[in-house]
Design a protein around this ligand. Structure first.
Ligand SMILES: [Zn+2]
Length: 166
């Protein structure tokens, strides 16, 4: 007799359906491919230029505080370690704002402050510190204009850093 198992199966399917998550009346739209970074609350960002390059890692150099302000050298935020890259070629360049950086011949990433504390993103710092001088890398970044808390300043976040496959 097969009726009973079939009823059980139907019951199971019905139970399965009723426990399925309700389909939302308003489907969340798929996030657009984010070119620009999502601004944090209280902050606005404008992308001024977009750089995609082939570069050579030159090394990490220490830069001293130049003792030019009243806060120097103990309370300023000058000095620290800076990773230097020489731009070999552009894969693409886009100037998206009037004051966007032109094509660069060098690019610098500040990695640590004068006390040796990391200032770069942890993953980026790890990638940079794994490089050896002379390594060829793909290096992409954006020049952004950030307004936060009533002040405005440029940022140049690295969007891609990876060794060129040899
Ligand atoms: Zn200083």
């Amino acid at each position: 007799m097969k009726t009973l198992p079939l009823l059980c199966l139907i019951a199971a399917v019905a139970a399965g359906c009723s426990s399925a998550p309700e389909s939302s009346a308003v489907a969340a739209p798929a996030a657009p491919a984010a070119e620009a970074p999502a601004p944090k609350p209280g902050e606005s960002r404008k992308v001024l230029s977009v750089h995609a390059t082939d570069a050579e890692f030159l090394g990490v150099v220490k830069r001293p505080c130049m003792h030019r302000t009243a806060l120097c050298p103990d309370r300023c935020d000058h000095g620290g370690s800076v990773a230097e890259f020489k731009i070999l070629a552009y894969r693409s360049y886009e100037k998206t704002g009037e004051y966007g950086d032109p094509r660069a011949t060098k690019f610098f990433v500040r990695v640590r402050d004068a006390r040796g504390n990391p200032v770069a993103d942890a993953a980026l710092l790890r990638d940079i510190e794994a490089l050896k001088a002379g390594d060829k890398v793909r290096l992409d970044w954006r020049h952004e204009y950030v307004t936060r808390g009533g002040s405005s300043f440029p940022e140049r976040p690295v969007t891609t850093l990876k060794p060129e496959s040899k």
